[in-house]
Design a protein around this ligand. Structure first.
Ligand SMILES: [Zn+2]
Length: 88
């Protein structure tokens, strides 16, 4: 597998923004810190926490995030569906 850095970042963003799967969160404070953001560091894509004063960085990106599955396939394989709101 040889994804470009841009493609890795795109796929991580898609995962984090999908709202249908559990996003990657900070290892220091998953409750109060924002979801991890992909960034380039030392020529590698890492997942970093952007909370003020927090230095949490995760170098490992789960394989499932880097798959080329569609959002529907992600939802199906993880069993978490984003159900549409019922009309008012
Ligand atoms: Zn953090």
């Amino acid at each position: 597998m040889a994804l470009s850095h841009e493609e890795i970042i795109r796929r991580v963003r898609r995962w984090q923004d999908a709202g249908i799967v559990h996003p990657l969160t900070c290892g220091n404070d998953a409750q109060h810190h924002p979801n991890l953001e992909p960034e380039m560091r030392d020529g590698q894509v890492v997942l970093a926490c952007r909370a003020p004063g927090c230095t949490y960085v995760q170098h490992w990106i789960p394989e499932c995030i880097l798959s080329d599955a569609t959002e529907e396939q992600l939802a199906a394989s993880h069993g978490v569906m984003d159900l549409p709101q019922a009309p008012q």
